[in-house]
Design a protein around this ligand. Structure first.
Ligand SMILES: CC(C)(COP(=O)(O)OP(=O)(O)OC[C@H]1O[C@@H](n2cnc3c(N)ncnc32)[C@H](O)[C@@H]1OP(=O)(O)O)[C@@H](O)C(=O)NCCC(=O)NCCS
Length: 228
């Protein structure tokens, strides 16, 4: 399945477009800004290990990895850009369609070689925790949409960017009568509630110092109107 342009109904200040490999670097910059305060990021990329990989090498690895994900495969990725300056990326989202986990098992490739500056144990342990929880909830059923990523540049938050980015996947799910599943951040919960998600469980991670709300949205017949 290829992402189509889901711009309809969104804030005219922003355009929602499919994200492609050349967008990798801008998506990483946007993610860095959106998740700057994330304790999970700080644990996976600990400051104490930063010296183990040259910054340019790490950046190159991240861009190449992100570009690979944007090539297609199981991820359906979108970017939000300014209508008046489309080179300015202000948000991104990535979805996995129903059945994708049945093919792939996990969101990340198994046995991936990580740079020395990353804490591989925390990274793999967290992903395995998400995999276990997803398998526990769905028990082999792969009939759900999965929101794999969502981030908005802090400079453009609370202007409807995330709502516009969410819309495409929610519309697919509603049209197919399927639920949507995601692992939220504490910052994302209010947004997801607004769009009909409910918290079904809260995972404790990072030695019980960080909470990950697991949220599900049942299919609906109508999405809330967007403002702005
Ligand atoms: C969560 C996040 C994606 C929201 O993006 P956004 O573009 O600011 O969200 P929107 O403007 O589309 O918000 C739509 C509605 O969601 C709710 N909402 C969004 N952010 C909210 C917040 N911080 N507090 C309370 N409600 C919020 C509101 O109802 C909002 O409508 P309103 O502004 O008319 O009140 C953004 O804050 C972000 O990137 N945070 C850091 C990264 C992150 O946590 N990503 C989620 C990963 S699961």
């Amino acid at each position: 399945m290829q992402p189509t342009n889901p711009t309809r109904d969104s804030n005219p200040k922003f355009l929602i477009l499919p994200a492609l490999p050349p967008d990798a670097s801008a998506i990483i910059a946007c993610g860095n800004a959106a998740f700057a305060a994330s304790p999970l990021r700080a644990a996976i990329w600990p400051a104490a290990k930063a010296h183990l990989t040259p910054a340019s090498e790490f950046q190159h690895w991240r861009i190449a990895r992100k570009a690979g994900k944007l090539e297609g495969g199981n991820l359906l990725s979108f970017k939000a850009v300014l209508s008046e300056a489309p080179e300015r990326l202000v948000g991104y989202a990535a979805w996995m369609a129903p059945g994708a986990f049945a093919e792939q098992g996990s969101i990340e490739p198994e046995g991936e070689q990580l740079p020395a500056c990353m804490d591989g144990e925390v990274h793999r342990g967290f992903l395995a925790q998400l995999d276990r929880e997803r398998e526990r909830v769905w028990e082999g059923d792969s009939g759900f949409w999965y929101l794999a990523a969502l981030g908005v540049d802090p400079e453009f938050q609370r202007q409807g960017v995330a709502a516009a980015l969410l819309r495409w996947g929610l519309e697919q799910a509603d049209a197919q009568g399927l639920p949507v599943y995601l692992e939220a951040t504490p910052e994302g919960v209010a947004l997801y509630h607004r769009f009909g998600f409910e918290t079904v469980r809260v995972l404790e991670t990072l030695e019980n110092s960080f909470e990950v709300p697991i949220m599900i949205r049942q299919p609906q017949s109508k999405l809330p109107a967007l403002e702005g």
